[in-house]
Design a protein around this ligand. Structure first.
Ligand SMILES: Nc1ncnc2c1ncn2[C@@H]1O[C@H](COP(=O)(O)OP(=O)(O)O)[C@@H](O)[C@H]1O
Ligand SMILES: [Mg+2]
Length: 125
């Protein structure tokens, strides 16, 4: 078993006219905290979006928890235990702040969002 919880090997990703990632390596041991640092446009978000299944890599390999890791979308990533807090938040403007915070984790009743309960719980007493 590898000593790493996450390995991103030789990850490359190009967009039209720009090579965002060129054989990038990232190795993370359990319990470690890493900072990805680089100027704007260095490719930090692109690397994390590949991990989240938002972008597909052009080449390279990801190993998570000792197994090949291929996710098609953020739901699959989250089901595997990978989560991302986005730098650029995209709130849904038609929804209240609390609704944005709880997107995807709403309190439901019989499979429907229980708006009354959600609102009661969010109103400061
Ligand atoms: N969806 C996209 N379409 C085209 N180019 C993109 C896209 N996302 C990122 N890029 C480009 O890829 C490069 C890396 O961007 P990004 O990963 O956002 O960098 P960072 O997060 O380090 O600032 C930049 O040149 C950026 O313009
Ligand atoms: Mg970024």
């Amino acid at each position: 078993m590898s000593e790493y919880i996450l390995e991103m090997k030789d990850i490359s990703k190009g967009f039209v006219g720009v090579k965002a990632l060129d054989h990038v390596q990232l190795q993370v041991k359990p319990g470690e905290v890493h900072a990805l640092m680089g100027e704007n446009g260095a490719g930090k978000s692109t690397l994390m979006k590949i991990l989240m299944g938002i972008y597909t890599k052009d080449s390279g390999e990801v190993i998570f928890d000792g197994k090949p890791y291929e996710v098609a979308n953020p739901k699959e990533a989250m089901d595997t235990g990978v989560a991302m807090i986005h730098q650029e938040l995209n709130p849904i403007l038609d929804m209240a702040v609390y609704e944005n915070i709880f997107v995807g984790r709403e309190i439901t009743k019989n499979g429907l969002v229980d708006k009354f309960v959600n609102e009661q719980d969010s109103i400061p007493k």
